[in-house]
Design a protein around this ligand. Structure first.
Ligand SMILES: C[S@@+](CC[C@H](N)C(=O)[O-])C[C@H]1O[C@@H](n2cnc3c(N)ncnc32)[C@H](O)[C@@H]1O
Length: 392
């Protein structure tokens, strides 16, 4: 990237459905020329902004720095194009590398094979120049290279994040179906929670929603607890720039919150894990954790926000899972008057059983699972008539 003030093109990748949220985040961090694509957002910025987006973007998975774009129609051409890059600018012969390949609608259909070809081209270039070659380290390389191929157009990038940015560094304890931190942060942004009213996740599992919510409200950078980013092992790493960003982030943390964030779950093991995660994220004093069933939980006084992802019911009988989602609707009616509720449902057919009028539905992916974020405004008039409830 040369001088740290020189602007260059960058790409932030994200999850399907969160592109606009990420674009807003990038703009507020000072990115220019921000353009949304599918599962990614392109922008421009200097080295400082690249470090800053890694530290601060709640909804980015990776920040990539494209170094070459080209069209490719076959295997040998791909190899030649990648070998044409002066890789010694980015990596030493005795360093280590890994290659990720992401392919959509392409002449190639095997991303693993494409990644191998890219790796071969890089190491062959070193071998031709020095007689030696860097080695591969898939888990913890000095340089992570990313190739994105759509149809026949390729973008070759350096991955400035290294490990995915959803790994904030606070989660050691996982429940059975923990939510990706990036998805949780994206849903919180989509909920338009004003960070002034109470927020509850009454089926909080390992606590992802409430921990991300507390970090947002206290303005704790999502990457604050992370010790490593890919760019720290780049040849042009400027530790003084990153140090100043961390100091700035430390000073911008807000003290305790004047409203309640509540995480509850019927499973005591989940609550133990959630508390340990919250402690590592340094937000344990901001969240009230309780072992309680959703049915019996008493939320903070309205107005408030409920955000949750209930069990998908893959191990339940159909009648039981239908009854469970009806219970969710009945409990919302009974106890959450004046709340806005957001349910992330991975089981699309059963969500109708909630039986309340939906005010918004957003398509998202929870891993490979197509899901819906369904919004309900809970007030007396929002209830569907009893007869409108779908028959079982
Ligand atoms: C899909 S998991 C939630 C995962 C969570 N979002 C996370 O990030 O770890 C669903 C959770 O609902 C809890 N649960 C199931 N039935 C419940 C009930 N009736 N009341 C409260 N919690 C319940 C389970 O214990 C489980 O932790």
């Amino acid at each position: 990237m040369g001088k740290s003030t020189k602007s260059c093109p960058l790409v932030a990748t994200t999850l399907y459905g969160l592109e606009d949220v990420l674009a807003d985040e990038l703009e507020s961090l000072g990115a220019s020329n921000v353009k949304t694509m599918i599962r990614s957002v392109s922008f421009e910025g200097d080295r400082r902004l690249m470090y800053k987006t890694n530290l601060w973007c709640r909804t980015a998975i990776r920040i990539l720095r494209p170094i070459k774009t080209f069209n490719v129609s076959g295997d040998n051409e791909l190899y030649r194009r990648v070998k044409g890059v002066k890789w010694s600018d980015f990596l030493d012969t005795d360093g280590t590398l890994a290659v990720d390949a992401v392919i959509t609608d392409s002449v190639f259909d095997n991303s693993h094979y494409v990644a191998q070809r890219v790796k071969d081209a890089v190491v062959d270039r070193f071998r031709a120049e020095t007689g030696r070659r860097p080695s591969v380290d898939l888990a913890n390389p000095d340089l992570r290279i990313n190739l994105y191929l759509k149809e026949n157009s390729a973008v070759l990038s350096l991955d400035s994040s290294g490990k995915s940015l959803h790994r904030r560094g606070y989660r050691m304890e996982k429940g059975e179906a923990p939510l990706n931190e990036v998805l949780a942060a994206g849903i919180l942004a989509l909920s338009e929670w004003d960070m002034k009213m109470p927020l509850i996740d009454p089926m909080c599992g390992s606590g992802t929603f409430v921990i991300e919510a507390a970090m947002m409200a206290r303005n704790i950078a999502p990457g604050f607890a992370r010790r490593e980013f890919g760019f720290m092992r780049w040849k042009d790493y400027d530790p003084a720039v990153f140090r100043s960003l961390r100091i700035e982030a430390e000073h911008s943390i807000k003290p305790g919150l004047p409203f309640e964030i509540v995480g509850s779950d019927s499973d005591r093991v989940c609550i133990r894990q959630a508390k340990a995660n919250a402690a590592r994220a340094k937000v344990n004093e901001d969240i009230k954790f309780e072992i309680q069933t959703f049915e019996k939980q008493n939320p903070p006084p309205a107005p408030g926000i409920l955000i949750t992802n209930p069990p998908y019911g893959e191990r339940m009988k159909t009648a039981d899972i239908n009854a469970f989602y009806r219970m969710i609707g009945d409990t919302l009616k009974k106890k959450y008057d004046g709340y806005r509720a957001f349910i992330l449902a991975g089981n699309l057919p059963v969500i109708k059983q909630v039986g309340l009028r939906t005010s918004r539905r957003i398509a998202l992916f929870n891993g490979p699972l197509e899901s819906r974020l369904v919004k309900y405004e809970i007030y007396r008039g929002s209830h569907k008539k009893k007869t409108a409830r779908p028959s079982e």
